[in-house]
Design a protein around this ligand. Structure first.
Ligand code: 13P
Length: 400
């Protein structure tokens, strides 16, 4: 489908930003912006579906279960409980998660890795169908991992644009209705992400979001200013997060991404790992301020990653966000991986007799976060105390 130029008044040359300040000619910059018009609301046959699915996933009292670890990272996690990294064991682990009783009361979407999207339960039922039975929309991680940017101090860009359109089309056919692409930005002592890393990652996220929407998948846009070592302050994290998100939103706009049909997955603002920790009220103050300054109200849901926070910390901080912003224009909610899976995995230990207990922990964690999303969490927490969950953050180049 081609965008009609006449339906796009004055879009050509409206910015030099998308093409960068590089020495591209004015003519070629203009044409690249015109091509981006393919993804506009008017031209996209999926527009209404994208809006409806984004709204469905981010409705109040619901969040996302992030279970899209690559096979390598899943292997690292299974290793911690002495379980081998085989396809069958990965299937069992995901089956435990997706069939937890009542999970659909608190979880509206589950992000999967490609293997899992096509996998069946032990009984031969497609995982996508098991999820749909619980009212949970299946999602798919579509990036293919991080690559170091040459000439930087270990900063990264995210790969996966090659064949992305064809892959998204196939994922939609298999039942996926949303996608995820994770970009990682680092703060080191006294220094934030470079302009190169910010621009490159914003560009990747915008191109991905445009392609996902063209193929009917709601893009989760994940610019993670990652929690790392160092004594940097919460103010620094807020400052750099603001820079990163404002660039991302600018590029989404340049690429005509339909904002009502995306979900944002950012980090909460936390101080560095070697700095004194911040209270939930402080985390909420800086996180809400950052969102208010950068994210338009047309974005339906802001689904925070847990990013290494403990299970209880993730819930308390989520609750504090609602207190700090009771009438938020977006749903301030969760898309947690480790904060939902860690205690569940420890309880399971790969043993059949622990299956039900592990599922009960997962549902209880999801319920606690659902209550926190509604500002109604009162405790006690199903996984109280506990330290940061920093193990097996990411493994190799192929994913988180
Ligand atoms: P964590 O909640 O473990 O940070 O994972 C969420 C996620 O999907 C990061 O890409």
């Amino acid at each position: 489908m081609q965008a009609s130029l006449s339906s796009r008044p004055n879009i050509a040359c409206r910015s030099q930003f998308a093409a960068g300040a590089a020495a591209t000619s004015k003519r070629s910059r203009c044409s690249s912006v015109v091509v981006a018009g393919l993804a506009t609301e008017k031209d996209n046959p999926f527009a209404e579906e994208l809006k409806a699915n984004a709204k469905h996933i981010s409705r109040r009292g619901r969040g996302i279960l992030a279970s899209d670890e690559s096979n390598a990272t899943t292997g690292k996690r299974l290793e911690t409980i002495g379980v081998d990294n085989t396809e069958d064991n990965r299937r069992d682990w995901r089956q435990l998660l997706y069939t937890a009783p009542d999970l659909g009361n608190y979880i509206s979407g589950a992000i999967m890795f490609e293997e899992t999207l096509y996998q069946k339960s032990r009984e031969g039922v497609q995982f996508v169908d098991l999820l749909k039975e619980q009212g949970i929309l299946p999602g798919i991680k579509v990036d293919t991992g991080l690559q170091v940017l040459p000439g930087t101090d270990g900063e990264t860009t995210t790969q996966g644009l090659d064949n992305l359109g064809a892959r998204c089309e196939a994922y939609y056919k298999q039942g996926a209705r949303f996608a995820k692409w994770r970009a990682v930005l680092k703060i080191s002592e006294g220094e934030g992400p470079s302009s190169q890393a910010i621009l490159e990652n914003a560009h990747g996220l915008a191109r991905y979001a445009q392609i996902a929407q063209q193929n009917g998948l709601v893009p989760i846009v994940e610019p993670e200013v990652t929690l790392g070592p160092g004594a940097y302050s919460i103010e620094e994290t807020a400052y750099w997060s603001e820079r990163v998100y404002s660039h991302v939103m600018r590029l989404l706009n340049e690429y005509d991404v339909l904002l009502e049909g995306i979900l944002l997955k950012p980090n909460m603002c936390l101080p560095g790992l070697d700095a004194p920790s911040a209270s939930p009220a402080e985390v909420a103050k800086y996180t809400v301020r950052t969102m208010m300054r950068t994210i338009p109200p047309s974005v339906p849901g802001i689904h925070f990653l847990s990013g290494g926070m403990s299970e209880e910390e993730s819930t308390l901080n989520l609750q504090a966000l609602q207190d700090a912003c009771p009438n938020s224009p977006w749903s301030l909610t969760f898309s947690y991986g480790r904060a939902l899976q860690s205690a569940t995995l420890k309880t399971w230990q790969g043993k059949e007799e622990n299956w039900g207990k592990a599922q009960a922990i997962l549902t209880a964690l999801a319920k606690a976060n659902s209550e926190a999303q509604l500002g109604q969490y009162k405790g006690p927490h199903p996984a109280p105390g506990g330290g940061r969950i920093l193990q097996a953050l990411r493994f190799g180049g192929a994913g988180k």
